[in-house]
Design a protein around this ligand. Structure first.
Ligand SMILES: Cc1cc2nc3c(=O)[nH]c(=O)nc-3n(C[C@H](O)[C@H](O)[C@H](O)COP(=O)(O)OP(=O)(O)OC[C@H]3O[C@@H](n4cnc5c(N)ncnc54)[C@H](O)[C@@H]3O)c2cc1C
Length: 473
């Protein structure tokens, strides 16, 4: 049911969930299946508006980063209101320093695919000695559209909108209530509390709750630290020799997966040996192929004409312009967790009195070095098999500033782990040393890999709900 006013909020709740994005709703839906009731506290309304987005403002210190008020949505359904829908799993080796393994999520895959409207038909096919062809599943799920009516009718899920959570209250590791703002400050009491407010707010709200309660949350937990995003940047463009490339695909049975006739983009990632031997970061290598680009208009070809006229004469200008493929390469890189990269509380406060978040964020040199190794490997392979040629971006070789974007994938800050010095929540996502406080979302990720996070965070959310259902029943 969806409540219009606060007076109908049950006095006491089994499970209090803060946030109605894919993390929060996946928990409520799984609990419902198990016959367990929950209340979902959502700050936004059913649509985002400027006023609500203003609460998402923050400061950035370090490398340039998108405005914090546009890279997430404060509304029912959370950021799925404008996400890209790309879904892919983390690799097994991304879990190396996690307290759980990839196999621990297996049981929750089916339900996560259902929530996200995907089939889950992921594959990896060897492309060459160093990289594999990989595939994404595309999700059209916007959680608001998908779940609004269902929750309205639900007897087990209570949702209250436009009701920002402010802080947890309690002592000695036990949360007694969550303070929310609905006309004035009010408290919601419960047995278990789950913070699922997104990859920045989880750190911010936990830091604030710790500040307001001296004995609730251990003062030494690294809340906000080891924050990560996926740096994304263009690294090369080039030409593929159509006949040679097509022959290579056919010979290696890859033509079933790469259909260049679609003017399409394809993704690859380094295999485990390449990652280990060359110390490259796990990376999504996105190659956009364009069949119908007039090759003689391509900047790269103009350069190549000066540098290597024999290649040009042999492969291009004596042939039909349309007989080659132009391509560009973009990389979405892993970002190793670093203590410095963090969310902390600023001096300025929002209208609810909560300090705005300050994001300290820097890309490491590792990203540039790793990207260079990947591009060099790709370039050498194209020459070796005579499949084409590429021109790498200058920043890969020289210490110059480079344009980069981000994945809008906010990870870390309340990371999982067994050791309280380096982590905030345990393997069941319970905040260390607390009795009943949990965190859900990509803020619990220990490492980022190159995978878009929502599929994994949805599986982790369902796993948490499953864990709680065993404690409750
Ligand atoms: C432009 C864009 C494209 C993206 N594309 C992809 C993609 O292709 N693939 C992918 O995997 N991921 C993508 N993402 C990331 C994806 O959207 C997030 O991983 C996902 O939405 C996180 O889910 P969540 O439930 O943890 O957080 P959110 O979806 O952010 O939900 C958090 C919820 O908590 C609520 N909330 C916040 N503060 C409070 C408070 N104080 N009180 C109560 N409620 C509160 C919010 O209103 C919101 O409803 C993209 C993100 C952006 C911005």
């Amino acid at each position: 049911m969806i409540l219009a006013d606060f007076s109908k909020v049950p006095k006491y709740n089994n499970v209090v969930i803060i946030g109605s994005g894919p993390a929060g709703l996946s928990i409520a839906l799984h609990l419902e299946k198990k016959g367990i009731s929950s209340i979902v506290i959502e700050a936004g309304k059913s649509n985002p508006d400027q006023n609500s987005q203003n609460f998402y403002k923050g400061k950035i210190v370090g490398d340039n980063f998108p405005d914090l008020s546009i890279c997430r949505l404060r509304q029912f359904g959370g950021t799925t209101g404008h996400w890209g829908g790309n879904c892919i799993e983390l690799d097994e080796y991304d879990f190396e320093s996690w307290p759980i393994n990839k196999v621990d999520l297996k049981k929750f895959k089916k339900e996560s695919y259902k929530n996200l409207n995907i089939e889950g038909n992921f594959f990896k096919k060897k492309f060459n000695q160093n990289i594999d062809l990989i595939n994404y599943n595309w999700s059209n799920a916007k959680f608001k559209e998908k779940y609004f009516e269902k929750i309205k009718k639900s007897k087990k899920i209570t949702l209250i909108l436009n009701c920002p959570f402010i802080q947890f209250n309690g002592e000695n590791g036990k949360v007694i209530s969550a303070s929310v703002y609905k006309d004035k400050l009010k408290n919601v009491e419960g047995k278990y509390f789950i913070l699922a407010a997104g990859g920045i707010e989880n750190s911010r709200l936990l830091l604030w709750s710790r500040h307001k309660n001296k004995t609730l949350i251990n003062k030494n937990l690294p809340i906000g630290n080891y924050w990560m995003d996926h740096p994304y940047h263009k690294v090369a463009e080039g030409i593929l020799f159509k006949k040679n490339f097509d022959d290579y695909l056919t010979k290696n049975n890859l033509n079933k997966y790469i259909d260049v006739n679609c003017n399409y983009s394809f993704s690859f990632s380094p295999n485990f040996n390449f990652l280990n031997e060359l110390k490259v970061l796990n990376t999504s290598i996105n190659i956009g192929i364009s069949k119908n680009n007039k090759t003689n208009e391509n900047q790269f070809l103009k350069q190549l004409k000066c540098l290597a006229p024999s290649i040009i004469n042999k492969y291009f200008f004596d042939k039909d312009d349309y007989n080659n493929y132009s391509f560009s390469v973009n990389l979405l890189s892993d970002q190793k967790p670093e203590y410095y990269n963090r969310i902390s509380l600023g001096n300025e406060k929002d209208v609810n009195g909560i300090p705005i978040p300050v994001l300290y964020w820097k890309r490491s040199e590792n990203v540039r070095n790793s990207s260079r190794k990947i591009v060099e490997s790709l370039a050498s392979f194209l020459i070796l098999k005579n499949l084409g040629r590429l021109a790498a971006e200058e920043f890969l070789f020289n210490d110059i500033k480079y344009n980069h974007m981000n994945g809008y994938h906010h990870m870390g800050g309340t990371r999982m782990g067994n050791n309280e010095k380096y982590s905030v929540v345990d393997k069941n996502l319970k905040v260390h040393n607390t009795k009943n406080l949990y965190v859900s979302g990509s803020s619990v990720f220990v490492t980022a890999g190159h995978a878009h996070p929502t599929l994994t965070l949805t599986q982790l959310a369902i796993r948490l709900a499953d864990h709680l259902s065993k404690l409750i029943n």
